[in-house]
Design a protein around this ligand. Structure first.
Ligand SMILES: [Zn+2]
Length: 259
C-alpha cells in the first residue's frame, strides 16, 4: 500500500495527521510517493524540520464511466477531463468500441484507464451461464485489444458483480475471471444516471449523497447520458477536496459482498 502526499512549501507547520489509505497510484504534479515502510510521524517530522507544510490528500475518487464509448457524450467528457488534467476509468462495450474506434483510442491516448464492460449489454444472454459470460467478455476484450492495443485487466460486470440476473452463475464467473488474472470493480457511489426516470438536475446531488463523504470513492457514471457530460464540471467542483485518480491493476478493488 503506497502513501501519497500532496505537499506545498511554505513557512509554518500546520498539518493534518490522518492516516492515508490510498492505493498506490502514479504521482502527479505536487505529489510524490513515499515507501509504505516509512512511518507517517517521521514523514511529518521531516516536513516540519524542512520548514514545509504538509497537507495530506486523504480523499480519493475514482471516476468511472460505463457503457461507452458513445461518440459525442464521451468526447465531451474527455474534453472536460483533459482541460482539468483529470484521469478517469472507462469500462467500455465492445460493440461501441467497434463503432467509435477513434474515441476509444482517444481514451487511451489521453492517459485514462480502459476496462471491459461487455460486448452486448444483454443481461439474460450474458448471465445464462459461465460460458456465455466468458464468450461475450472475450469478444469485447479482443475488440479493445485490436482497436487500442491495450490488453485490459480491469472489468466491470453489467449490473454489478451481484445482480438480479446472475445469482446462479456469479460465483463461477468470478472464480474463472480471477483465475485468468482479471480484476473487477463495482462501485460505492453513483450519479444514478442510468436508472429509469434519471433526473439530470439531481445527478450531482446523487453523487454527493451516495458518496457519503467516504475517503475512497468509486463513482459510477455513464458516458452515454447527455446530462452526465453536462453536469460533469459541477460534479467535479462538488468533489474538489478529492484527488481524482484512474483505476489501475494495482488499485485495491471496491467490490460488492459476494453471496
Ligand atoms: Zn452497463
Amino acid at each position: 500500500m503506497g502513501i501519497i502526499l500532496s505537499m506545498c512549501i511554505c513557512v509554518g507547520s500546520v498539518f493534518m495527521a490522518n492516516q492515508v489509505t490510498a492505493a498506490p497510484e502514479h504521482g502527479r504534479n505536487g505529489e510524490y510517493r513515499l515507501s509504505a515502510g516509512i512511518k507517517r510521524k517521521e514523514q511529518v517530522a521531516g516536513g516540519v524540520a524542512a520548514g514545509r507544510r504538509i497537507t495530506f490528500s486523504e480523499k480519493v475518487m475514482y471516476l468511472t464511466f460505463d457503457d461507452g464509448p458513445s461518440g459525442e457524450v464521451t468526447e465531451n467528457i474527455l474534453d472536460i477531463l483533459k482541460a482539468r488534467k483529470i484521469r478517469a476509468t472507462f469500462f467500455v462495450i465492445g460493440e461501441y468500441v467497434r463503432r467509435y474506434p477513434e474515441t476509444a483510442r482517444r481514451i487511451v491516448d489521453e492517459g485514462h484507464s480502459i476496462g471491459i464492460h461487455c460486448d452486448n449489454h444483454d443481461y439474460k444472454m450474458l448471465y445464462e451461464s459461465v460460458d456465455s459470460y466468458l464468450a461475450d467478455f472475450m469478444r469485447a476484450y479482443e475488440t479493445v485489444y485490436s482497436v487500442t492495443g491495450v490488453k485490459a485487466r480491469l472489468f466491470r460486470f453489467p449490473g454489478g458483480s451481484v445482480n438480479a440476473y446472475n445469482g446462479k452463475v456469479c460465483r463461477g464467473i468470478i472464480e474463472e475471471m480471477e483465475r485468468r488474472g482479471f480484476v473487477y470493480f463495482d462501485w460505492n457511489a453513483s450519479v444514478e444516471d442510468a436508472v429509469p426516470g434519471a433526473q439530470p438536475a439531481q445527478f450531482v446531488e446523487n453523487a454527493v449523497s451516495t458518496a457519503s463523504g467516504r475517503k475512497r470513492v468509486v463513482l459510477l457514471a455513464h458516458d452515454r447520458t447527455v446530462g452526465t457530460a453536462q453536469c460533469l464540471e459541477e460534479l467535479l467542483n462538488a468533489f474538489a477536496d478529492y484527488r481524482m485518480e484512474r483505476i489501475t491493476s494495482e488499485t485495491k478493488p471496491v467490490q460488492f459482498v459476494r453471496p
